[in-house]
Design a protein around this ligand. Structure first.
Ligand code: TEU
Ligand code: CA
Length: 561
């Protein structure tokens, strides 16, 4: 592999609204982030991904941008942003922005001008189409529910929105629109951002004929992903985007891609791909119910492990590094989702962190993951803020679930689980704000919080610091970055084990997700314990030397490197 500057980095996603509030309005902000850069540095973070901080009506929490060149006043000013860039740079850290260019906000001036003059230049920045027989132009269902087509009052036209109706899709067939977007991307790169996390990017290519497809639900609609899967040609747009922007600056890009075609991985993130990397959602998509969150399916340990292993091998096969996550702002907390019941405790959480951070690829932590934050107990639909959660609740009710069942089903996968405020200390509102937090604080903040965990060597936080330090240490950095990923002990249920191997050296990572003790036999005699999640585990207790082999005994929730 040709080496790139970002290969050996550790990344961290900040959800600014929930990170830290500096001015008592209950909303996290840029000054809050600036104040915690040292905290992130100490954790070992190199790259910080900021979820959107642009001006926005916040219908979808900033993923609806009304001005790409302005900072949301809720979050601060452009001066604050420049200071954040400068302070990060001082510490040798990189800032990447969220790039949301499949759609913008309906309050963006382009869309306002388009509405004012549906025959004018700006209407072609979007997809305006005439209805068919008094109905929408096609039968697509948007990601957030209902038709993708919203009627334009007083006309026979509709506009396309694959997400909320306040998020009209941008027309990438229009050269002027593309030019505006490319200029904007370059403006931020000129400013000094190191790159972008690229939102929902697979959706930018549409079939301009918008053909109907057979319905896949009782609403008579078909998921708009169907069109995305059918249409060809997204690659040309992505290549143009890269050539006109990222490539000129050596920018780092991580794409959010669902519904990629089978053979597209190399084209997307191979040696000369459209992006530096993209998120590995292979585990996340397993639970996906076709009809909505209420119909999510349970995922067994074996399925989960094979999905991740297959994805690792696939990435390795084409010489790319994927971006590894256990959670983000759209997903429930990894600790609540991937750990079996008996392992939902600090030791289990450290074990999950170990298996994720040491995989081949770029680890992306999500804020609070390093504390062991978990899903939040939500007791009524009023406690939610997320637009998608509310839609999913409606879908569940319509499917015949009782209010109680619908609430439970929705809560399990609600995007608000990961959006609750960051837990800084055991004081009021977890130290997130001196005002009223915009979203409820997870009641477990009294024990899961930065301050208490910093004072406890055995905490999840201190463990994550050691884990990341090991990954980045001079001695092991190369092997964890470029070492081959080799699955191990796949015949043992509950064991998640793999080795990383480079130039004749090998590191074994083994974790016991089962409820019983497991014993692993390794060939060879020389082994050293680099890290374990149980401070009681010593090298001599863990490794017993047999004549031919090394015997490793792991209790439930033990992991060892
Ligand atoms: O998500 C894109 C996307 O495909 C999501 O709808 C995803 O399937 C869903 O959230 C899983 O629960 C991105 C952003 O990450 C998300 O926060 C935005 O709401 C969305 O784009 C629209 O910009
Ligand atoms: Ca604030």
């Amino acid at each position: 592999m040709m080496k790139k500057w970002w290969h050996d980095k550790v990344a961290y996603q900040i959800y600014p609204k929930s990170f830290l509030d500096s001015n008592e309005d209950g909303i996290g902000d840029l000054r809050g982030i600036i104040g915690k850069l040292d905290y992130l540095k100490e954790l070992g973070v190199d790259i910080i991904w900021l979820s959107p901080v642009y001006q926005s009506p916040f219908v979808d929490q900033g993923y609806d941008i009304s001005d790409y060149y302005a900072i949301a006043p809720e979050f601060g000013t452009m001066e604050d942003f420049d200071e954040l860039l400068a302070e990060a740079k001082k510490r040798g850290m990189y800032i990447i922005m969220d790039l949301v260019i499949n759609h913008c906000s309906d309050k963006h001036e382009w869309f306002q001008k388009a509405l004012a003059d549906p025959e004018g230049k700006y209407a072609d920045y979007f997809y305006f189409r005439k209805g068919k027989d008094g109905k929408a132009p096609s039968n697509y269902r948007s990601y957030f529910g209902g038709s993708t087509w919203e009627p334009v009052p007083g006309t026979d036209q509709y506009y396309l929105h694959m997400f909320a109706k306040e998020q009209p899709d941008l027309n990438w067939e229009n050269p002027e629109l593309k030019r505006e977007l490319f200029d904007m991307v370059n403006w931020w790169l000129e400013k000094g951002v190191a790159g972008f996390r690229i939102d929902a990017i697979i959706n930018i290519k549409k079939d301009p004929a918008f053909p109907d497809y057979p319905a896949d639900g009782s609403d008579g609609l078909v998921s708009c992903t169907k069109m995305v899967e059918e249409v060809e040609g997204v690659g040309e747009l992505l290549e143009e985007l890269k050539k006109e922007t990222f490539e000129k600056y050596g920018a780092f890009t991580v794409a959010e891609v669902f519904n990629m075609k089978d053979d597209e991985l190399r084209e997307f993130i191979g040696e000369d791909g459209h992006f530096s990397t993209m998120f590995d959602f292979s585990a996340a998509v397993l639970s996906g119910g076709g009809k909505g969150w209420y119909d999510s399916r349970p995922v067994s340990f074996k399925e989960w492990r094979s999905a991740l292993f297959a994805s690792q091998l696939e990435g390795q096969g084409i010489g790319c590094l994927k971006a590894n996550i256990i959670e983000n702002h759209d997903e429930p907390r990894g600790a609540s989702r991937y750990l079996p019941e008996h392992a939902q405790n600090p030791r289990g959480i450290k074990m999950l962190g170990t298996t994720s951070v040491l995989l081949r690829g770029i680890p992306f932590l999500y804020q609070g993951q390093e504390l062991g934050m978990t899903n939040c107990p939500f007791h009524s639909i009023e406690e939610f803020d997320d637009i998608s959660t509310k839609d999913q609740y409606r879908v569940a009710l319509e499917a015949g679930l009782s209010e109680e069942e619908a609430l439970q089903a929705t809560a399990r996968f609600s995007r608000d689980n990961s959006r609750t405020p960051m837990q800084w200390n055991s004081g009021a509102n977890a130290g997130f704000t001196a005002g009223t937090p915009w979203l409820k604080v997870n009641p477990n903040y009294t024990s899961v919080n930065v301050q208490d965990e910093e004072n406890d060597e055995d905490s999840v936080l201190c463990y994550y610091r050691r884990l990341i330090a090991l990954r980045k240490s001079e001695e092991y950095r190369e092997i964890f970055t470029y070492g081959e990923f080799i699955p191990a002990f796949e015949e043992l249920d509950g064991i998640f084990a793999f080795s990383r191997s480079l130039n004749g050296r090998q590191v074994m990572v083994a974790a016991n997700f089962a409820q019983e003790q497991r014993t692993l036999l390794l060939p060879g005699q020389n082994a050293k314990l680099l890290l374990s999640n149980d401070s009681g585990l010593t090298e001599s207790k863990l490794l017993s030397k047999q004549t031919e082999a090394l015997q490793i005994t792991l209790n439930p929730c033990d992991c060892a490197v």
